[in-house]
Design a protein around this ligand. Structure first.
Ligand SMILES: Cc1cc2nc3c(=O)[nH]c(=O)nc-3n(C[C@H](O)[C@H](O)[C@H](O)COP(=O)(O)OP(=O)(O)OC[C@H]3O[C@@H](n4cnc5c(N)ncnc54)[C@H](O)[C@@H]3O)c2cc1C
Length: 346
């Protein structure tokens, strides 16, 4: 069986590792060059991503991600203002799944380690054709083509595979916007904020503005972790990593001086304005040799990465144990679990 994956994002690379470990012939086509584009600094990783990592990645890769992740996030903390100071208001039982924060550029570097012979960078997919013998042929922007038994669209929210395969499925702009960024911890260490937050996901509601915050303190510094778990990892991200606070602003910028400092001292290249999109639930379609994983088929606020990796794990299992004929089993589980929260960053 030969599998062609479109997109070297979280889902596509996790799937490629899993298939490769199982001895399946897999190739990944990625539109961007190897350096890629910044796609956020931090990810909240819950049990779904951890299970997928452990199942699909070689043990050293998974250990590298877990060793460097931040501490366990036990609560969603709420902060308010008393006499000008930020104080802990409550620690309500979190509705979000518990998890840990991981550094996204580091995760990407880990996922690419050992796959360079399988990923064709700078090769944008344009269209496919299902052939009479059951195989699928794909065309790329540089004029090249490739043929496989299975074509997986792991090409994110603007998926070209989805546009051709399920043209009725549309991404709707909700009109909501979110400013996201990250700030070195040392730049705000004297404010007392990092100590208040600890490892928890935190929501601040003061002076009419809302802000979400989270601190990533690497449990093991990436340099030491690389030497211990994954010496083959080659990336400047490893040596340059430092602890930081990530933040999200769904509305106006804060006026409280501590929160203002967080925003003013942010790393410019880690700050981005996101548009929040929605994929409405859709009726099932008959399974075939073309399928979709991750943001290409469902969107989720703050946990789309977890779902993309869960999809990769489930699809890998289905293909390894049942071949292309088991794609419907994966799609049924994916639709059941993921369409309820199909909202994410456009
Ligand atoms: C700022 C920010 C913060 C986030 N925080 C979290 C979080 O804390 N937790 C969480 O779980 N999720 C989070 N998410 C969501 C998460 O990033 C996505 O859900 C996840 O990246 C989806 O993975 P994917 O593999 O489906 O797609 P992507 O990671 O988007 O990868 C798609 C890949 O396909 C490539 N591609 C696109 N078109 C083509 C083409 N035509 N040909 C070839 N390649 C193509 C793209 O270049 C890209 O590399 C966040 C997102 C953002 C933007």
């Amino acid at each position: 069986m030969r599998v062609m994956v479109i997109g070297a994002g979280l889902g596509g690379l996790t799937l490629a590792h899993g298939l490769r470990q199982a001895g399946v012939d897999v190739v990944v086509y990625e539109r961007d060059q190897a350096e890629g584009r910044p796609q956020g600094v931090s990810l909240h990783f819950d049990d779904r991503a951890v299970t997928a990592l452990r199942a699909c990645l070689p043990p050293g890769h998974a250990a590298m991600v877990e060793a460097t992740a931040g501490g366990q996030r036990e609560h969603t903390m709420c902060l308010s203002e008393v006499d000008g100071e930020l104080v802990v208001e409550a620690q309500p039982e979190s509705r979000a799944r518990k998890g840990r924060q991981v550094h996204r550029p580091l995760l990407r570097a880990v996922l690419l380690t050992g796959l360079t012979d399988r990923v064709r960078f700078g090769t944008g997919f344009t269209r496919f054709e299902q052939r009479g013998d059951g195989t699928v042929r794909a065309w790329f922007a540089d004029g090249s083509t490739d043929t496989a038994d299975v074509l997986v669209g792991a090409d994110g929210i603007g998926s070209a595979v989805r546009s051709q395969y399920l043209p009725h499925v549309q991404v709707v702009d909700t009109g909501k916007r979110m400013l996201m960024g990250a700030t070195a911890l040392h730049a705000v260490a004297d404010t007392g904020l990092p100590g208040l937050i600890g490892h928890n996901a935190t929501s601040v509601n003061v002076r009419g503005t809302t802000m979400a915050l989270g601190v990533l303190r690497f449990s093991q510094h990436p340099t030491a972790a690389r030497d211990q778990w994954l010496p083959a990892l080659r990336s400047p991200v490893v040596d340059n990593a430092e602890d930081y606070v990530m933040w999200a602003l769904p509305g106006a910028e804060p006026t409280h001086p501590v929160l203002r400092r967080v925003v003013e001292k942010a790393w410019p290249d880690a700050t981005a304005q996101l548009r929040i999109g929605l994929i409405p639930p859709m009726p099932p379609w008959p399974p075939g040799p073309v399928t979709l994983i991750g943001d290409a088929i469902h969107l989720a606020p703050g946990f789309g990465g977890n779902l993309a990796m869960q999809d990769a794990h489930r699809l890998c299992d289905a293909l390894v144990h049942g071949g292309p004929g088991a794609i419907g089993v994966y799609e049924k589980a994916m639709r059941q679990d993921n369409f309820l929260h199909s909202v994410g960053a456009v």
